[in-house]
Design a protein around this ligand. Structure first.
Ligand code: UT7
Length: 329
């Protein structure tokens, strides 16, 4: 029997219009363009402004554009997974709301939360469902309105994050293309370094939690930084080793965009030259679940059928992982 693989056949993103520059941040907190540029590589990020607009609105825009671009009707989609840490509300799932807003009526949909690793976890999960032969058109959306959980009085985090959404279409193929292998890992002991302290069942919202500013991203930057480099490079090399891939075989490395120094160090550890490492952190900052598909969208014109691509991410949880795929168009 022919083996079914799951291949990305289209990618489309949505970026909110408002551009928050380093210069504007200089007026909001005690920081400088020089510090942000040299310590993170970020120059600007997008912010979703407007009453009543949430993660699902960006996700629906990305999904709508994706289906239009690929010539598919919303009725053709049979699965939609949204990876996000900023759902519109605790329930229903943002994936349900995206489907509704994008007119996707024949799909089952749900959310997946693996913090910054969410998109690759969701892509791996969706690929397995497509490989089963049961699903023919799966949409994976990485979307976050990080501005809804960032403390704009905390200079360590507010300079880093941005808002965006990006979606990919996964379809079955019998060619040796698409998602070839993946490996994901988790270490819940890392939760102390990166989390939102309140708002869940552990500490439901109260006047006290709001006064203590516990509904924002809490991050111990340096601790996370060290893990991010070793884990992303380590698991990517493991996936490459398991598939007899050398650094020279890799056309593109697509690392989660959390910090330019982490991106560069990961590439160095893996022996991948800078010109093969996708980077767009300068324009969008860390958009959490949207960083990796946004890179694919930005570099889409440079990708060739058969290119070996490694996607890798690290995030809260801790969660991390790597996917090897062969570009399919
Ligand atoms: O996406 C999920 C996973 N997340 C990550 O991978 C993020 C990993 N961490 C990072 O990217 C970096 O740790 C940060 C960008 C968050 C922080 O950069 P850093 O180089 O690790 O800075 P630091 O926290 O070690 O702080 C160095 C100094 C401190 O001042 P002192 O104590 O040396 O006087 C900070 O107070 O820089 C100061 N600082 C700032 N100064 C100007 C921290 N943030 C700022 C700022 N502007 N925005």
């Amino acid at each position: 029997m022919m083996q079914i693989k799951a291949a990305i056949t289209a990618v489309h993103g949505h970026l909110p219009d408002y551009v928050l520059t380093n210069q504007e941040l200089e007026r909001m907190v005690d920081t400088t363009d020089e510090w942000i540029s040299t310590r993170t590589g970020i120059k600007e990020r997008r912010i979703l402004k407007g009453e009543g607009l949430a993660t699902s609105d960006m996700g629906a825009e990305a999904a709508r554009g994706l289906l239009e671009k690929s010539g598919n009707s919303p009725d053709d989609v049979d699965l939609l997974i949204c990876s996000t840490v900023t759902p519109d509300m605790k329930f229903p799932a943002t994936g349900n709301l995206i489907s509704h807003k994008a007119g996707i009526r024949n799909a089952f949909s749900y959310d997946l939360n693996a913090a910054c690793s969410g998109f690759i976890y969701a892509l791996g999960t969706a690929a397995s469902l497509v490989e089963s032969g049961k699903y023919k058109k799966a949409v994976v959306v990485g979307a976050d309105k990080m501005s809804s959980i960032v403390d704009y009085a905390d200079r360590q985090t507010c300079v880093v994050f941005g808002d965006a959404a990006c979606a990919v279409l996964l379809e079955p193929t019998t060619e040796a293309l698409g998602v070839m292998d993946h490996r994901f890992e988790t270490d819940g002991a890392g939760h102390v370094h990166l989390r939102m302290k309140a708002g869940g069942s552990l500490k439901p919202p109260s006047h006290e939690t709001i006064d203590a500013r516990e509904h924002y991203v809490y991050q111990e930057g340096q601790a996370v930084f060290k893990f991010a480099v070793t884990k992303m490079a380590g698991i990517s090399l493991e996936v490459m080793h398991n598939n007899n891939l050398r650094s020279d075989d890799i056309a593109w490395l697509v690392p989660h965009q959390a910090n330019m120094r982490i991106i560069e160090a990961t590439g160095r550890h893996m022996g991948i030259p800078a010109e093969k490492v996708m980077v767009n952190i300068n324009n969008y900052g860390n958009t959490t679940n949207a960083t990796i598909p946004l890179c694919l969208w930005d570099y889409e014109n440079q990708l060739k059928k058969g290119d070996n691509i490694i996607l890798t991410a690290f995030g809260g949880g801790f969660t991390w992982g790597a996917i090897w795929m062969k570009w399919a168009y």
